[in-house]
Design a protein around this ligand. Structure first.
Ligand SMILES: [Zn+2]
Length: 143
């Protein structure tokens, strides 16, 4: 999660919403790390989670990230939650809760839907204070 927080800080420096994500492979090595790049890439789907899923899948040469774990600084949105399910992520760790945009414990609760065929093990609230403070500081500055 330290690496994910670092990616979130780097995203903030680029003017992106400070969210960072990391995928750890079956052997415990980091396969991919990224922060949000929606502004830079002019891509509304370039959330940190989507970028690490794409990068890890490319690296493994497989569309399913079996026995891989994803760490992200904020509760994933519905799009990313569904992508995490499609990717067959084993364990999902996240930092701050996102009552406004989250899709796991809030909103559509993607993993609880009958249309969701893979639910990772969930570990919310990891380094929650730091992850939340990064976001609050970013939006304070913007106002
Ligand atoms: Zn997302």
């Amino acid at each position: 999660m330290d690496r994910a927080l670092r990616e979130a800080r780097l995203a903030a420096e680029r003017g992106e919403v400070p969210i960072g994500a990391v995928i750890v492979g079956p052997d415990g090595a980091i396969l991919a790390a990224a922060g949000n790049r929606t502004e830079e890439m002019r891509d509304p789907t370039a959330h940190a989670e989507m970028l690490v899923i794409r990068a890890a899948a490319a690296q493994l040469g497989a569309p399913r990230l079996v026995d891989c774990d994803l760490h992200v600084t904020l509760e994933p949105c519905p799009m990313c939650a569904q992508a995490i399910s499609f990717a067959r992520i084993r364990r999902l760790y996240w930092g701050a809760a996102d009552p406004k945009g989250g899709g796991i414990e809030h909103g559509p609760r993607i993993f609880d839907q009958p249309t969701c065929h893979h639910k990772p093990e969930l570990y919310p609230g990891i380094a929650e204070a730091e992850a939340g403070e990064l976001l609050r500081a970013f939006f304070r500055e913007r106002r």
